[in-house]
Design a protein around this ligand. Structure first.
Ligand code: DLL
Length: 433
């Protein structure tokens, strides 16, 4: 079913009018309510009332993760904190995390776009969904939860992990829809088989998988393992959380809800639009958000876009699956990891050198493993084993606290990590995705 035909199937001219009206309101709102944004407009020499249509968006400055970090925590808010009803945070590049805040209307918007996603994947009111995205500061769990409530689904709020219990609940309550990261879906199938449960055998029909990159090959494996349709959902905390774009059963791109999240695809170096169908960086403007509306936010995710009407009847543009990133962020078990976060930790620990390498690997159908190779200085290296073990434990503790995942720490001799003349190769990703 199509949750909001008015917007998801709007004629292009009508949609453009809606986008233009919303952009005009947005620009005046941020200019009048956010000093940081006002300064940006003034610096670029753009007067809010000179923005007449959505085509004028290209005259506005980009917003980046650095803006979010530099103005942490409240600098980009356009509303009073009393209006903010919920906050979430996701990993930032260094030090400060990225904060997202929602007013009551922002939470309504989140519920609406997530309902559109679940319906787009094939859910119908009355269906049961087992939600195995993490609940908490990560936006996955609550985002799906709000959308499922809005749609009138029966929700099993499992959160992630507890796989044996997850599988038992799944068998007992026969959910039609499963939501989790694609790697967890594969892992669960493997665990099910080990427990003597045939994952093919169940009521489940639809998976709504996202929060990390995955390939068509992985889709094939998940669909075969679970005997279900595996759809892709995309989103990011800064924009709303999950709910930015979603595949329909045709699996030919993710419908992006451009009446509220206006997409542009740019060349990451020049900042200019690329031609339709070409790969580029996805830039999003949140046309109706209140607490932290973002203008031309550089997601760093690489996609292409297609404006043709889809066979499902939706006219909303479709982005390709995420093809990569323009920065060095990696997503491990749905958690965003920036090498700079690890560097930050190491710089604060005596005896380590700022030379390190992160190795990410995934054995067949297992969860991602992270190993951090850390160079220690020669003085430490000649120390007794006990001291080295202590150092290792300290690094492990601090890195796990910052990344929220447990990484294996390997201390290596001075000068063993390959030096680079250009951009250091901090990440070795061995995953066959
Ligand atoms: O991962 C929101 C989300 C939750 C999306 C549940 C889908 C399902 P963040 O933690 O802020 O938010 O991470 C956002 O994760 O910029 C992408 O690089 C990556 N990402 C998210 N969805 C996909 C996907 C959530 N379907 C960052 N495919 C984004 C590939 C994805 N990468």
């Amino acid at each position: 079913m199509i949750w909001n035909e008015k917007f998801e199937c709007a004629k292009p001219a009508e949609l453009k009018q809606v986008q233009s009206d919303r952009l005009k309101k947005l620009v005046s709102c941020v200019y009048n309510n956010c000093k940081v944004m006002k300064d940006k407009f003034d610096k670029a020499g753009v007067k809010p009332d000179s923005v007449k249509s959505i085509d004028d968006i290209v005259r506005l400055s980009f917003t980046t993760k650095i803006d979010m970090r530099d103005n942490y925590p409240y600098g980009l808010f356009c509303t009073d904190q009393k209006e903010v009803k919920e906050i979430h945070v996701s990993s930032g590049t260094t030090g400060n995390p990225t904060l997202v805040g929602y007013t009551t209307d922002d939470l309504k918007l989140w519920s609406e776009v997530m309902a559109r996603c679940l319906a787009c994947a094939g859910a119908e009111p009355g269906d049961t969904v087992q939600n195995a995205y993490g609940y908490g500061l990560f936006t996955g769990g609550l985002g799906v939860h709000y959308g499922a409530l809005e749609m009138g689904l029966r929700i099993i709020p499992m959160s992630s992990g507890q796989t044996a219990r997850q599988l038992k609940i799944m068998q007992d309550f026969a959910p039609k829809i499963i939501t989790c990261t694609p790697s967890y879906a594969l892992y669960m199938a493997e665990e099910a088989r080990d427990m003597g449960i045939d994952p093919k055998n169940g009521n489940w029909k639809i998976g709504v998988f996202g929060a990390e990159p995955w390939t068509e090959k992985m889709r094939g494996e998940i669909e075969a393992a679970w005997n279900m349709l595996a759809t892709d959902i995309y989103g990011l905390s800064e924009i709303i959380g999950p709910g930015v774009a979603q595949e329909c059963p045709n699996k030919n791109g993710l419908h992006i809800f451009s009446d509220v999240f206006y997409p542009e695809i740019i060349d990451p170096d020049s900042g200019q639009a690329v031609k339709e169908g070409q790969d580029g960086e996805l830039v999003i403007t949140t046309l109706t958000k209140q607490a932290i509306p973002l203008i031309r936010y550089r997601t760093r995710d690489i996609v292409s876009i297609n404006y043709e009407k889809c066979r499902c009847g939706r006219t909303s543009p479709r982005i390709s699956k995420i093809k990569g990133r323009t920065d060095d962020m990696i997503v491990v078990r749905g958690i965003n990891v920036f090498p700079s976060q690890i560097e930050h930790v190491l710089l604060g620990i005596e005896g380590t050198e700022p030379h390190y390498q992160i190795v990410v690997d995934r054995q067949q159908h297992q969860l991602d493993e992270v190993e951090v190779l850390v160079e220690v200085n020669s003085k430490i290296f000649s120390d007794e084993v006990k001291k080295l073990e202590e150092l290792k434990r300290k690094i492990h503790k601090e890195i796990s606290a910052v990344l929220s995942i447990s990484a294996k720490i390997t201390l290596v001799e001075p000068k063993t990590i390959e030096r680079s003349m250009g951009k250091a190769k901090r990440v070795v990703d061995k995953r066959q995705m």
